[in-house]
Design a protein around this ligand. Sequence first.
Ligand code: NAP
Length: 323
Amino acid sequence: MSLIPRASNIKPNEKFDTIVIGLGPAAYSAALYAARYMLKTLVIGETPGGQLTEAGEVDDYLGLIGVQASDMIKLFNSHVEKYNVPILMDRVESFRADGEEYVVKTKRKGEFRASTIIVTVGTKRRKLNVPGENEFTGRGVSYCSVCDAPLFKNRPVVVVGGGNSALDGAELLSRYATKVYLVHRRDEFRAQPIILKLVKEKPNVEFILNSTVKEIKGDKLVRKVVVENLKTGETRELDVNGIFVEIGFEPPTEFARLNNLEVDVNGYIKVDEWMRTNLPGVFAAGDCTGTWLGFRQVATSTAMGAVAAHSAYNYLNERKGKT
Ligand code: NAP
């Protein structure tokens, strides 16, 4: 992927029709649609693919059968590249209104101006907040099964959570680890039934339900995970070398607060059906929004990105009509 050279011609303070903040599926889709609407577009983000970088095989995106997430990102990138949209590898710190424009401040490359903004900043991983978690992060505590599963070949591990990430993670880890303990705080799952069925059929996966992790213990590396059964109060020490915390994501509270974006009751950026936020000319798309009751998929993110770009185009046209 040749991401940096394409943005090398961008000058500080340059003005765009729209700036897309983020670099996940929603951002790529917004950039594609904006470019096809012939809007002068800049994408600013740090990780091409966003959370998709942490996925393995993706088989629920129509038309791309059993595609590797890394190949999917390359496809998204090539598609945007075809329209010569510059992608700046940087972090947006904040943006502020300046008359009818917005000034977007980046961490390294200065400021840029835009008439509209499309926010696709995604979410942050949730933590367990138990003793040992911080201490052993990177020494047995992991937040990404896809990234770290091979490190646990022939070792026993714990996976925490009951959503798609945890069950996908348990499935993958069952191929490497000697034993996988799937610890979930309830006995019902958010994960799709198809993946749940697959994991239940694995002989080396043990489900520990209605249970939470109380503590992570070790020396230089993780050695034990203490779990408590929430119904009986009983505790059990699992002899493992790794623990994968796959318990979902936190809303983009700080980014929203810094930029005066209204959030919903769960802390996600509030948008209407046209992806409009409370700020004029600012749209949001993807996992950072509370849209569709939080059904967070690549398909829903790309759909939202397309709608946001369409709305930015309409907004600019309406504004032109008024002047
Ligand atoms: P999620 O769907 O929010 O599930 C989080 C899981 O962690 C839930 O089972 C939850 O328990 C549990 N949990 C939350 N906080 C906890 C805590 N403090 N202690 C213990 N357990 C806790 O998150 P996700 O699985 O990471 O998925 C995030 C989004 O990405 C979802 O929309 C998901 O569908 C999507 N995704 C999709 C795919 C796919 O389609 N293949 C793959 C990965 C992710 P409760 O159930 O009791 O709340």
